[in-house]
Write a protein that binds this ligand. Structure first.
Ligand SMILES: [Zn+2]
Length: 103
């Protein structure tokens, strides 16, 4: 099958190598951006807005109303975290909400 001593594989290999190198570069750029974005989000969530007065964020970080819980609150669950406290009885949620707004 080989013409002039070069097989199809030999002719394609440089192209494929270049293509893969390009793909790797693009992937790397995107992954780097994605990782940076997630890290920033994480940091913002941990710090919350109170830690950075004078700066507004597009998504205010509110922590779970359960005392001492540092998880992010989910408005869908009455401002309790989805991880631990979303299934609290309604009465208990009401109590913690009252304590929260009293602070
Ligand atoms: Zn919680």
């Amino acid at each position: 099958m080989a013409r002039n001593g070069r097989s199809v594989e030999d002719e394609l290999r440089p192209l494929v190598d270049r293509f893969l190198a390009q793909v790797a570069r693009v992937m790397e750029r995107h992954v780097t951006q994605e990782v940076r974005r997630r890290l920033l989000d994480e940091v913002r969530e941990r710090l919350g807005d109170g830690a950075r007065p004078g700066r507004s964020s597009r998504r205010p970080a509110v922590t779970c109303y359960f005392p001492g819980c540092r998880n992010l609150a989910a408005p869908r669950f009455g401002m309790f975290c989805a991880a631990l406290h979303k299934d609290l009885p309604a009465a208990q949620k009401a109590k913690h909400r009252a304590q929260h707004s009293a602070r």
